[in-house]
Design a protein around this ligand. Structure first.
Ligand SMILES: [Fe+2]
Ligand SMILES: [Fe+2]
Length: 223
């Protein structure tokens, strides 16, 4: 695929999975906001589009195995990949991070109540939403798609898309509250680990939501 400044961000991520590394590096939203042209997103973020295109090309030409093209794989395999790579670890990670956010707020909350109290509150809301969201995907939507009824999945898909946007909003809020995950001086090990875990969670959720929003759901609806 030729990468142009008019290319849509989500489509670039679909056809060139390694481009997501560049998007993550520069905070470019490729999952819920994937329907926008690259040039428009770069202009908004004050990034030079030509430089971003060069960075993407560099990632694509780097040595190593090419990333899996999930837009070309069978839907069953894509669902199994989403479950194994994102859902299974996420169930555990959400509980682990919730405990850490609570602990850091309990022990250090008085140092910065707005930041640490805010993180515990936003994270708990995110966890509660994602727990319900994954249950709906695992028990209703994914079995529907696997059963060949993806074309009739319009209503549940629009609910999932809406919930993805809400999760994206909470991730943005967490990034804001943590000053872009910059570890404060003197932070204890749990505090550091929380920052690290939240940033990794954000990256995984962006990949996860991209695979559902930009690849799985449109393909299922068109099947
Ligand atoms: Fe999911
Ligand atoms: Fe989802």
């Amino acid at each position: 695929m030729t990468i142009t400044t008019d290319s849509l961000v989500g489509q670039l991520a679909t056809e060139n999975p390694l481009a997501t590394r560049v998007f993550a590096r520069h905070g470019i939203d490729y999952c819920c906001g994937g329907g926008r042209p690259l040039a428009e997103v770069c202009a908004e973020k004050g990034l030079d589009t030509g430089t971003i295109v060069q960075e993407i090309e560099k990632e694509l030409n780097a040595p190593g195995d090419p990333a899996e093209r999930w837009d070309e794989a069978p839907l069953d395999s894509l669902i199994d990949h989403i479950l194994a790579t994102y859902h299974v670890p996420l169930w555990e990670e959400l509980s682990r991070l919730e405990m850490m956010a609570r602990k850091v707020n309990q022990v250090h909350g008085s140092k910065d109540p707005e930041m640490l109290g805010g993180i515990e509150k936003v994270f708990t809301a995110l966890k509660n939403e994602l727990d319900q969201h994954m249950l709906k995907e695992e028990q209703i939507l994914f079995p529907m798609i696997k059963g060949g009824q993806g074309a009739m999945a319009g209503p549940p898909v629009s609910v999932m898309n809406h919930e993805h946007e809400s999760a994206g909003e909470m991730l943005r809020r967490l990034r804001e509250l943590t000053n872009n995950y910059e570890v404060p001086e003197g932070a204890c090990n749990t505090w550091r680990a929380l920052w690290h875990g939240l940033e990794a969670l954000e990256n995984d959720l962006h990949q996860h939501i991209h695979l559902e929003n930009n690849i799985l759901f449109p393909r299922a609806l068109a099947s």
